[in-house]
Design a protein around this ligand. Structure first.
Ligand code: C2E
Ligand code: MG
Ligand code: MG
Length: 585
């Protein structure tokens, strides 16, 4: 309150100006003052159309930094005088750039106020200031800007300055955003040159952190930053984030294959820890029509393909198809040890009765938590394991894990909710699958009824073997769910012909809610499924409107982020505890 009062109590350099402004438009003046922070020295306004500046002086201490200004100077005149008289030499150019009038107005269209931090040298000592500018009025119609030069404390200055200067604190290199801008500029300034982009990643960085501690981990990052900076020629390098660095430079025939291998070797020599494993991905002769971030993605894809391959220190991006091939080889070579080390982790997504909103089912969904801590979603590795047949082993692994969890619940006397498991087409084609799954369930001591099996539409495409397989599973006592219904072309035929107990409507159909044709289709599908005595589960339900509409249509079960994401086992248990406590009440 006292501050507001103090700020309102401004005194004019020119009494006439103040009178005009204060008396004719006091409300406006209040607005000006409100958008500025406390601790203002002098206060200026600039007319957007004429660029004429008016100076207001705060009562009392004006902090002595702006004496000597004339009134009604042009904006440029005032700023340049201020900068050349007050601002520390190193910060002058940045401040000039920041205060370009057109840029300032454009920035103020996006934000109500903006701030620039700078230093002032007085009596041989550096003082930290900021320039704060704000528009008076709405983004599309303001005609007045107000600004002030404000003293501030050093810590804030350091932090803000670094942000402005786009520098990564730990390494002193550009941060990622700054890199995108600088690299784009480099590209634009050199239209006839060929550029390469390279990304490096420390394959065992998580291990380094856990063995040596985060302090040493930071030392490694600092060391690498310095190393890459020293080895960058005709270009720039930056910290992309975490333990990942990126370099962008003019392509040079001397800096290809062997040079890169030796660079990676040299990086190890003076490293703070002896065993860093560096992996690089290079995207050569970048396509100029791509954004810098898309170029980085290509280099990252290349790194990924060798990240877990201990014989190859780097890879070159070779187009989307070959890139996938490389990744497939890598994943394949990692599969056995991933199973052995239990890197495949099962998550559980609860499903809710649409009328009572109680949990009535759970779907098991696999994730891959690699030894370096990286988390890979099934969308990335399942298609690869489907192609090379390894998926059948993964399915069995997940199935076994789920059987054991259910057995655990049985032993504890907990109410059992069925947990469904996804089965791939490859599993169907292994002749012993049904028998094997029954044996596993029997051995662990759970009823197959408790583990329904989900087959996708595409996995159940008309085929004699699929028919047999499904009959074998039914005979063994498993329930069968038709997954992703509506995402493919064969929907109606498998729906009609195969012995499914439940259909799961794909998210793409649920997303049609709101569209008249889509809603009509959904109504008919649900009616048809009910006519065939199948339960209907809606997948990918994210919004209340979708839930309400599905309730109206009598859709039986809801699965989707609206209620819950897939959860790690411990969180599922917490969720079930809450659920049980509700029903006990
Ligand atoms: P799915 O069987 O259709 O599983 C549902 C997918 O939808 C899951 O993706 C789940 O996280 C996601 N989802 C659920 N609710 C929502 C929502 O409200 N919004 C959105 N955007 N997504 C939602 P996830 O876990 O990434 O799995 C993808 C697919 O990978 C699965 O689709 C399934 O086909 C396959 N998959 C997962 N685990 C296994 C497995 O153990 N074996 C096999 N063969 N396939 C698996
Ligand atoms: Mg599924
Ligand atoms: Mg599905």
């Amino acid at each position: 309150m006292a501050d507001d009062q103090r700020l309102l109590n401004i005194m004019p350099e020119s009494k006439v100006d103040l009178q005009q402004n204060m008396e004719s438009d006091e409300e406006r003046m209040r607005k000006i003052i409100n958008v500025l922070s406390y601790g203002i020295g002098d206060l200026y306004t600039v007319d957007v159309n004429t660029k004429e500046v008016t100076v207001y002086r705060q009562a009392g201490d004006a902090r002595g930094i702006s004496t000597g200004f004339k009134q009604h100077m042009s904006y440029e005149g005032l700023i340049e005088t201020y900068i050349s008289h007050n601002v520390y030499a190193d910060d002058r150019n940045n401040m000039r750039e920041f205060t370009v009038f057109k840029a300032l107005c454009a920035a103020l269209k996006k934000r109500k106020s903006i701030t620039f931090h700078y230093r002032v040298m007085r009596e041989n000592e550096l003082h930290y200031y900021y320039l704060k500018c704000a528009r008076v009025g709405e983004a599309d119609s303001f005609d007045l800007i107000v600004f002030a030069f404000v003293l501030e404390d050093d810590d804030v200055f350091e932090r803000e300055m670094r942000k402005y200067m786009e520098i990564d604190e730990l390494t002193g290199l550009y941060n990622r955003q700054a890199f995108y801008r600088r690299a784009q500029k480099l590209l634009d300034d050199n239209p006839d040159d060929i550029f390469d982009i390279a990304i490096s990643d420390v394959a065992n960085f998580k291990l380094i952190n856990s063995v040596y501690g985060e302090g040493i981990g930071d030392e490694v990052i600092k060391y690498l930053g310095k190393f890459f900076l020293e080895n960058t020629e005709n270009g720039i390098c930056a910290r992309y984030g975490g333990d990942v660095f990126v370099g962008f430079a003019k392509s040079s025939p001397d800096r290809q294959g062997e040079w890169l291998t030796s660079l990676i070797e040299r990086a190890k020599i003076n490293s703070p820890v002896p065993n860093i494993v560096l992996k690089c991905g290079v995207y050569r002769n970048v396509d100029r029509s791509l954004s810098i971030s898309a170029m980085c993605d290509r280099a990252l894809l290349a790194v990924k393909s060798v990240k877990h391959n201990y014989t190859m220190p780097y890879a070159t991006y070779a187009g989307p198809v070959s890139q996938r091939h490389l990744l497939a080889n890598t994943y394949e070579s990692m599969f056995d040890s991933a199973i052995l080390n239990e890197e495949f982790v099962v998550y559980y997504q609860p499903q809710y009765n649409s009328a009572t909103e109680e949990i009535v089912g759970i779907e098991a969904l696999v994730r891959w938590q690699m030894s370096d801590g990286k988390f890979v979603s099934p969308g990335e590795f399942i298609p690869i394991f489907e192609e090379n047949g390894l998926i059948a082993r993964l399915d069995e692994y997940v199935f076994t894990k789920v059987c054991k969890k259910i057995k655990n619940w049985m032993d504890k006397g907990v109410r059992i909710i069925p947990i469904s498991v996804n089965l791939s087409r490859a599993s169907a084609f292994q002749l012993t699958t049904a028998k094997r799954y029954k044996e596993i369930a029997d051995e662990i001591g759970v009823s197959p009824k408790m583990i329904p099996l989900e087959l996708t539409e595409s996995a159940s495409i008309d085929n004699q073997r699929i028919n047999e397989f499904m009959n074998e599973l039914k005979e063994a006592g498993f329930e069968l769910y038709l997954d992703d219904f509506g995402s493919g072309v064969s929907s109606l035929s498998c729906f009609n012909r195969l012995p499914f107990d439940e259909i799961k409507l794909d998210k793409s159909i649920i997303d049609c809610i709101g569209d008249v044709g889509g809603e009509e289709l959904l109504r008919h599908i649900i009616e048809l499924a009910h006519f065939k005595e199948m339960r209907v589960v809606a997948e990918g339900v994210e919004k209340k409107e979708q839930l309400d509409f599905l309730k109206e249509l009598d859709c039986d079960v809801i699965q989707g982020f609206y209620f819950s994401k897939p959860l790690p086992y411990e969180e599922l248990i917490d969720c079930l505890k809450v659920e049980y406590s509700k029903t006990e009440k």
